[in-house]
Design a protein around this ligand. Structure first.
Ligand code: NAD
Length: 485
């Protein structure tokens, strides 16, 4: 493959690095300065078919069937060690590829290692049940692997999500085919390369790089896939679900969000300010569970957003490799998408408290840096308060009663995460119980975080849960056995 800053060996299929014959390649750019980072193969139907067939053969092989749960776990523990042993390289690569500040990539590397440890520990604890049907019958259940799992990975947290996908697929005894996002495939390829010496049977783990409409569509529509996990946009999620329907295959969809931080007047203000800020600027707001709506009690709003704006203006903006507070957004395309939302805000007379402009940096003119932005008094039903902007842009909507706060929080098509800020314990739980979302943080907020906590959405944020023990349901199927004696 052509020599560039990051050398890629090809797609990883059946234990080999393959460069498609036609040499069709995709350019991978550095969001920090727009420079060319790497070329990866533009895999399509052919490579996906090769990978899925290889995975199928490996899954049914005696070698994999006799690879004990204990040994699967041991291998995953070793993978965690390897990840930690290569943490600087992985963090550097993630920052070059995604643009996020180095400290955030370092967190992603640690989270990746912890996924491997978490699911390593579970590999030999996937238990069945005995069921007291009637005397003379022994009835039990076995949780068997589901088969060949297709993982379609988004561009915003590629290392974390690739690690989550590989670790659980292997822990549960499946074979995996990963399709990383075309914009950010580098750490997924690196991870697989680092795992190569661990001795997984050939074909159990595969990565095919390529565009969504080619490789992604071929993977989600492949008749030999038994389960699909997808993280990304609602529109693509619908397409993935449609192809899965053709093959009667279950899917886990982790789609976007418009997650609220609900701040009551009796909150501990200092903490609320810290996390409201962090949850919208982390990874330049390109996080599915970003706290992108501030839903705040009217009496404290002015004071709160004045302090929040001051904190935003203090943030340093610059390349992730220089570890600024706020890195670039992924690409020109993403930047233009965010800009169209900001244009709409200006058109509709929405007050921009701070930010709203691109920051041009000398020497990094092809990097798309955006100031952290607050849009004030956005009506709850306004497009800006309803749609995922996927940038460091926070909308502010006020409420006067608890009921109103809940209604606003629930009033979008999404339901991924919510933050509740109050020192009143009764209220905190009362509100949590009425929120239509998959995860509630009370007096803290974990955008993108958490390994042991089930994660996924209500409504258009998707269905099925990743992370924690809950995710095991997606990767196993139950067999019931009844014996008469
Ligand atoms: P996308 O949903 O198109 O891409 C996500 C993944 O799906 C990528 O790997 C892509 O190659 C693949 N894909 C694309 N088309 C496909 C198809 N037809 N069949 C199978 N796979 C396909 O997202 P995007 O275009 O990169 O970003 C658009 C918007 O999506 C963002 O602005 C953001 O709002 C949202 N998004 C959300 C998340 C999240 O974490 N929930 C992640 C990425 C993007």
């Amino acid at each position: 493959m052509k020599a560039v800053e990051v050398q890629v060996r090809g797609c990883y299929i059946n234990g080999e690095w393959i460069v498609p014959n036609n040499e069709r390649l995709i350019e991978v750019k550095n969001p920090g300065d727009g420079s060319l980072l790497a070329f990866v193969p533009r895999g399509d139907k052919e490579e996906i078919d090769l990978a899925v067939k290889g995975a199928k053969k490996a899954f049914h092989s005696t070698e994999w069937k006799t690879f004990s749960p204990y040994n699967r776990g041991k291998l995953l523990y070793q993978a965690a060690e390897i990840i930690r042993g290569n943490k600087e390289e992985l963090a550097r690569l993630e920052t070059l590829d995604v643009g996020k500040p180095l400290t955030q990539s370092a967190v992603d590397v640690e989270v990746a290692a912890r996924y491997f440890e978490y699911y390593a520990g579970i590999a030999d604890k996937i238990l069945g049940e005995t069921i007291p049907v009637e005397p003379g019958i022994i009835d039990y259940t076995v949780r068997e692997p589901i088969g060949i799992v297709g993982h379609i990975i988004p561009w915003n947290y590629p290392l974390q999500i690739a690690a989550r996908s590989i670790s659980i697929s292997i822990a549960t005894g499946n074979a995996a085919v990963l399709k990383p996002a075309e914009d950010t495939p580098l750490t997924t390829l690196k991870l697989v390369e680092l795992m190569e010496p661990l001795g997984l049977p050939k074909g159990i783990l595969n990565v095919v790089t390529g565009y969504g409409y080619e490789a992604g569509a071929a993977l989600s529509g492949h008749p030999d896939i038994n389960h699909i996990t997808f993280t990304g946009s609602v529109e693509t999620g619908k397409r993935v679900m449609e192809s899965a329907a053709q093959n009667i295959v279950p899917v886990t969809l982790e789609l976007g969000g418009k997650s609220p931080n609900i701040v009551f007047a009796d909150c501990y203000e200092k903490e609320a300010l810290k996390w409201v800020l962090k949850s919208i600027v982390q990874n330049a707001g390109q996080t599915c569970s970003a706290g992108s709506r501030l839903v705040i009690e009217k009496s404290i709003k002015e004071n709160f957003i004045r302090k929040l704006a001051a904190a935003m203006e203090e943030l340093s903006i610059g390349p992730g490799m220089e570890n600024h507070d706020l890195g670039p957004v992924l690409s020109k395309k993403q930047f233009e998408r965010i800009q169209s939302f900001l244009y709409l805000a200006k058109q509709d007379g929405i007050r921009i408290v701070t930010g709203g402009e691109r920051k041009l940096l000398e020497g990094y003119e092809l990097g798309y840096y955006l100031q952290a932005t607050i849009l004030d008094n956005v009506p709850a039903g306004h497009y800006l308060a309803q749609e995922e902007i996927f940038g460091p842009v926070l909308t502010v909507t006020t409420f006067q009663t608890e009921e109103e706060a809940i209604e606003i929080a629930n009033g979008t098509p999404y339901g991924l995460v919510a933050g509740v800020w109050t020192e009143n314990g009764g209220r905190a739980h009362r509100v949590a119980s009425q929120l239509q979302c998959g995860q509630v943080f009370i007096n803290h907020y974990g955008a993108g975080g958490g390994i042991a906590q089930p994660f996924g959405g209500y409504k258009k944020s998707g269905f099925g849960r990743e992370k924690g023990l809950e995710a095991l349901r997606n990767y196993t199927q139950v067999k019931n056995v009844a014996l008469k004696y």
